[in-house]
Design a protein around this ligand. Structure first.
Ligand SMILES: C[S@@+](CC[C@H](N)C(=O)[O-])C[C@H]1O[C@@H](n2cnc3c(N)ncnc32)[C@H](O)[C@@H]1O
Length: 230
C-alpha cells in the first residue's frame, strides 16, 4: 500500500514488534501499513467518529479477522484499556492544542505506555511544552515537508526534560541539535509567513497594529536565539 511520506516517517519511530494505537486513525492507513510491513504485533485503530472508523474497518478487515487489528470508537485514548497492553501511541494530523487536551484527558493511562509519537499539523510548540512539562522527554524528532506544509514528528519517552526555550518549543530541540536537513527551509518558510502577516497588518489602519507587529518581531527575535546558542 502506498502511504504519505508523513505517515511513512512516523512509521520509522514505532517500537518494533509492539502493540500500537493510532488515535484519530481516519482510514486506518498507518495501522495497515505497519501491519503490512510486519512492523508491529497488533494495532488499535481509534477514532472519535463512526465514518472514519468504517473506512478503517474496510481497509483493515483482513487484520481484524485475524485478531491483529482492533477498531475503537471514542475520544482520544479513552477507548483503550490497560489490558490492551499498548506500548506505543501515535497521534497525527491534528493541532497541538487538541493533542495536549487528549493527553491531559488520559493522564493516568499514559503511565502504561513506553512511547508517544506526535505529528501535529499546527501549534506544535503547545504539544512540546505540554508533554515535556508532564513527565516525558523528547528522545528524537523528524521533520516532513508535504504539499508545501511542514510537519514535525516528535517522539517522547518517560523521563525528565530540561525546560525548553521558546525557540526550541517551536523549531524542535533535536531538529536544531541534529541540524535536520529541512530545518533551514522550515525557518525560511516560517519567516516568510511572519513577514507576509506583518505586511498585511501594516495595511490596516488599526492604531494597535504597530504594537502588535513589534510584539511579533520580538517573538521571532526571541525564538531565533536558539540558533545562535546551538
Ligand atoms: C485529519 S484526520 C488525521 C488522520 C491521520 N491520523 C493522519 O495523520 O493522516 C483527523 C482524524 O482525527 C479524528 N479525531 C478528531 N478528534 C478526535 C478525538 N478527540 N479523538 C479521536 N479521534 C479524533 C477525526 O475523526 C479524523 O478522523
Amino acid at each position: 500500500m502506498k502511504i504519505s511520506e508523513r505517515l511513512k516517517t512516523i512509521s520509522k519511530y514505532i517500537i518494533p514488534n509492539s502493540i500500537t494505537a493510532d488515535i484519530g486513525t481516519d482510514h486506518g492507513y498507518l495501522i495497515k501499513y505497519l501491519l503490512d510491513e510486519n512492523k508491529i504485533k497488533k494495532g488499535f485503530a481509534c477514532d472519535l467518529n463512526k465514518k472514519p472508523l468504517a473506512y478503517a474497518e474496510r481497509n483493515l478487515s483482513e487484520y481484524i479477522n485475524s485478531g491483529k487489528a482492533e477498531l475503537r470508537l471514542g475520544s482520544g485514548l479513552r477507548p483503550l484499556k490497560k489490558e490492551d497492553n499498548i506500548q506505543c501511541v501515535v497521534i497525527a494530523g491534528m493541532g497541538g492544542k487538541l493533542m495536549a487536551e487528549i493527553l491531559e484527558d488520559s493522564k493516568d493511562y499514559l503511565q502504561n505506555l513506553t512511547r508517544i509519537i506526535l505529528a501535529p499539523n499546527v501549534n506544535w510548540e503547545r504539544v512540546r511544552e505540554y508533554v515535556t512539562n508532564n513527565g516525558w522527554k523528547i528522545i528524537d524528532e523528524d521533520l516532513v515537508l508535504e504539499d508545501n506544509k511542514f510537519y514535525p514528528v516528535i517522539i517522547f519517552e518517560k523521563g525528565e526534560s530540561k525546560k525548553l526555550t521558546k525557540g526550541e518549543l517551536f523549531f524542535g530541540p533535536l531538529l536544531i541539535q541534529k541540524k535536520h536537513s529541512l530545518l533551514d527551509k522550515f525557518i525560511e518558510f516560517e519567516k516568510n509567513k511572519l513577514l507576509k502577516n506583518i505586511s498585511r497588518m501594516e495595511k490596516s489602519k488599526n492604531p494597535e497594529t504597530k504594537a502588535a507587529i513589534e510584539k511579533q518581531l520580538e517573538n521571532w527575535e526571541e525564538m531565533s536565539r536558539c540558533f545562535n546558542e546551538s
